[in-house]
Design a protein around this ligand. Structure first.
Ligand SMILES: [Ca+2]
Length: 486
């Protein structure tokens, strides 16, 4: 019956010189409605299958508190990171990637919404009450476009994974931090062990499943966040006297910035000492190397399954960290060690062995991956796609990089200069006192940010420009702290 409405176009065969292959077309004008609808349905299925086949999988390897520059191939000879090194060698590294709000939960909200913290309104400590639920959510956007969405590891975001559009999950660790020995019971199975290993196992189980759709999967490690308790092999790997003391080590932080009593800062007593800082750094390196080994297992599985040919791999972190840098032990600051994060991308269409010094935000990843996969960027997304950089255009994406930390700090940076504004907080009982002041750093002359040059006459014009840019940004975002310049 079907042939009744199909035309034999064998004279137009695609196989020229071999008329054995016939090309069939449907006569739409004469075919019954049912058949026409079936044809449309089949056509749409084919189009979707074609889109899915063309779209790359996305594997987001997302660590917790990995300080920038702590990857061997990126210039730190003291740490062993062979698998991250391979990503560096085979991928594109972004050396100027900023977490607008350098602390765990708010930074994750920025990544998953593509918005400034002043828009998603997630700030430490009352984030769940204030989160703006109207914003587009990255996994949901991917799911709506035909991706299967998977998450394992740290879950430190408003609500449950399902709210964000995550359809498959395994070994979800809720909360900000906790012991690294984990145990998850799912059905008849119990998965136990060191955090990074358990999450890598979950990722590997997922990768080995059949995939009918392209996937967007996140492996959210809880490493190298404290408690710094790597397994013995990695605890013994680095000796404290062999790891370097930060070039900007201070025994205490010289300013009241409103974060002196936050939990991170209590991990070591004041004054910080070289010995105690070295012990912490040795353990921190151990945490990173153990995680690197697990990343290697995931990458190996990707290769074994052949999925590596059509998967974009991203390695990054939610924020950086200080361990004795500037006398600090946490990440609530806008110095490079805390404000910047590692970012490496590898996969189809991404140049190998290259690095970019253009400034990008961590939360630019959302629109970048949308554009890379042909998905419309939702209207609520504020960040910008840096796909042009991936495609080799060496032009700035952002004129200024801004930063915000609750009601206590704001910052504006270029690649040459940084201006930080401290606010006197009304509530200083829990996190320590704070005061109104500006700090200014010349990042070219002083990459370790050890000399506050605020008020030096030769920088007056630059400082005025940065103050104005910061104030304009705050007003545009309807910042809840005073945006007027002083
Ligand atoms: Ca973190």
């Amino acid at each position: 019956m079907l042939n009744q409405w199909l035309n034999d176009n064998s004279e137009n065969s695609l196989c020229h010189g071999n008329n054995q292959t016939k090309k069939w077309t449907l006569n739409f004008q004469t075919a019954p409605l049912d058949l026409r609808l079936l044809a449309i349905f089949l056509f749409l299925c084919l189009v979707q299958a074609d889109i899915n086949a063309a779209r790359p999988n996305i594997l987001l390897l997302f660590s917790d508190d990995h300080q920038v520059d702590l990857i061997n191939a990126q210039g730190n000879p003291y740490i062993d990171t062979p698998n991250l090194d391979r990503l560096v060698t085979e991928g594109l590294s972004f050396n100027q990637t900023f977490a607008e709000v350098p602390t765990c939960q708010p930074s994750r909200a920025s990544l998953l919404t593509g918005c400034s913290a002043l828009t998603h309104q997630t700030f430490h400590p009352n984030y769940s009450q204030t989160f703006n639920r109207k914003l587009a959510r990255w996994p949901q956007v991917m799911q709506d476009a035909g991706y299967e969405t998977f998450w394992t590891g740290k879950w430190n975001s408003h609500g449950q994974p399902k709210f964000w559009g995550i359809t498959k999950q395994s070994c979800i660790a809720t909360g900000g931090m906790g012991p690294h020995i984990k145990s998850f019971t799912e059905g008849k199975n119990t998965y136990e062990g060191f955090s990074s290993t358990v999450f890598a196992d979950a990722a590997i189980r997922y990768l080995k499943q059949p995939h009918e759709k392209p996937f967007f999967m996140t492996v959210a490690f809880t490493a190298p966040h404290d408690p710094r308790t790597p397994p013995k092999k990695y605890r013994d790997r680095y000796k404290p006297h062999q790891v370097p003391v930060p070039g900007n080590f201070y025994s205490s932080y010289p300013y009241d910035d409103g974060y002196r009593k936050i939990r991170d800062e209590k991990l070591l007593p004041y004054p910080r000492t070289v010995d105690s800082v070295r012990q912490e750094i040795a353990l921190y390196y151990g945490m990173i190397s153990q995680m690197d080994e697990q990343i290697g297992r995931i990458l190996e599985t990707l290769k074994e399954t052949g999925l590596d040919k059509n998967t974009v791999i991203i390695y990054t972190s939610d924020n950086g960290l200080a361990i004795g840098h500037h006398g600090l032990m946490g990440k609530f600051s806008f110095y490079r060690h805390s404000f910047n994060v590692p970012l490496i991308m590898k996969g189809p269409g991404i140049p190998a062995g290259k690095e970019s010094n253009q400034a990008v935000y961590l939360h630019d990843l959302f629109p970048t991956i949308c554009e890379m996969t042909g998905i419309d960027i939702p209207d609520t997304v504020e960040s910008k796609s840096f796909l042009p950089i991936i495609q080799g255009k060496n032009k700035p994406i952002h004129e200024y990089i801004f930063g915000a930390l609750s009601d206590r700090k704001r910052s504006v940076s270029t690649l040459e200069y940084r201006l930080v504004r401290h606010y006197k907080s009304e509530d200083t009982t829990d996190l320590g006192p704070s005061e109104n002041r500006y700090l200014f750093f010349d990042l070219k002359k002083d990459p370790l940010e050890m000399v506050d040059r605020y008020g030096q006459p030769e920088y007056a014009e630059i400082i005025a420009d940065l103050k104005q840019a910061l104030s304009d940004w705050q007003k545009q975002k309807k910042d809840f702290v005073n945006a007027d310049i002083f």
